[in-house]
Ligand binder design. Sequence first.
Ligand code: NAD
Length: 260
Amino acid sequence: MFLKGKSALVTGSTSGIGLAYARVLAGAGAHMMLNGFGDADAIETIRAELAEASGGEALYDAVDMSKPDQIAAMVARAHAAWGGPDIVINNAGIQHVCPIEEFPPEKWDAIIAINLSSAFHVMRAAVPHMKARGWGRIISTASAHSLVASPNKSAYVAAKHGIAGLTKTVALETATHGITVNAISPGYVWTPLVENQIPDTMKARNLTREQVIEDVLLHAQPTKEFVTPEQVAALALFLCRDEAASITGANLSMDGGWTA
Ligand code: NAD
């Protein structure tokens, strides 16, 4: 329970990797601000589970991460409840797979807003509170696509490269304030985000579902295994420890050797 008395805000924590982050942070005692879309009853079950696990409180905010004023209000809500937030994880994300000449401009705008700009707005609102407390942990879920590209993912690859640059810049700005800023770059993790892109990848590359899984997703990773949400969350939890205080400005790969 080394995060007892601290508070954490995880965007996109109703599913997949974000939910795994929320579980480990609550398990270490942090008050939790949950965010993301989904079935109201299922989210309430998660909120109650996390409150109990933390021995503290868990709140849920349904803010759409493409709306900057709502993002600032969510950070203010966490601050009003517990001070901080001491830990923020920028994790909300969407994907669209499509060749550049057919890529809908509104999908480009949505991916840049949710996968990249939202992290800027969260950091902008949270950093003053972290500086005031002299401690903070900012983690963003980037991707192997922050380092290498894949065809038909122009907006996603651009957004994730942007997260890598934003991470390095804010790390330098906050380094003397007890704040670390890092990105985690997973390879493929079997979540709804990955499962939902299979039909478009089949279409764009004229492949069967099995070929997409074996020849595109697993082929990218020398281990031939999906990364798990729990592995990603364990690395994030380590970054919250005092022993990780010298890790800042890093983009940590967890991709089964993909980018090696
Ligand atoms: P997921 O679909 O399971 O989770 C995405 C989360 O973001 C959900 O909670 C969803 O409700 C939320 N979300 C989406 N749009 C939102 C919006 N406008 N406002 C608020 N919340 C919104 O997918 P995941 O794979 O767990 O993805 C989480 C993060 O991990 C994303 O940033 C993704 O790019 C990144 N990532 C995923 C993989 C992978 O293979 N799954 C690999 C590398 C990086």
